[in-house]
Design a protein around this ligand. Structure first.
Ligand SMILES: [Zn+2]
Length: 97
């Protein structure tokens, strides 16, 4: 396993995972609970992380670096939040587009 994404923002970590899973890349989220311990642990150890199998690393990095798809943002019909065109799920409530 190798880490391909990390962020203090667990929403972004979930977002990265969703992008990868949508492309068929299996992921593992780590440290989600630690981020709530900010202030007690060194910041670098509190980042939510997305890990993938070694065989999927190159593909995962390509997916995460890919520029946003062109097209309008879309409105979640479930919670009313706007999400970018590249996302297939609402960042807030995880409803599918
Ligand atoms: Zn939503």
């Amino acid at each position: 396993m190798k880490r391909v994404f990390s962020s203090h923002n667990t929403v972004l970590a979930h977002h990265a995972r969703n992008l990868l899973e949508a492309e068929g890349v299996g992921t593992e989220l780590r440290n989600l609970m630690l981020s709530s311990a900010m202030g007690e642990l060194p910041p670098a150890e509190c980042q939510a992380e997305v890990w993938v199998d070694e065989k999927d690393v190159a593909r995962a990095e390509e997916i995460l670096r890919r520029p946003p798809e062109s097209g309008p943002d879309w409105l979640c019909s479930s919670c009313g939040e706007m999400s970018g065109a590249q996302f297939h799920q609402c960042w807030k409530c995880e409803a599918y587009r």
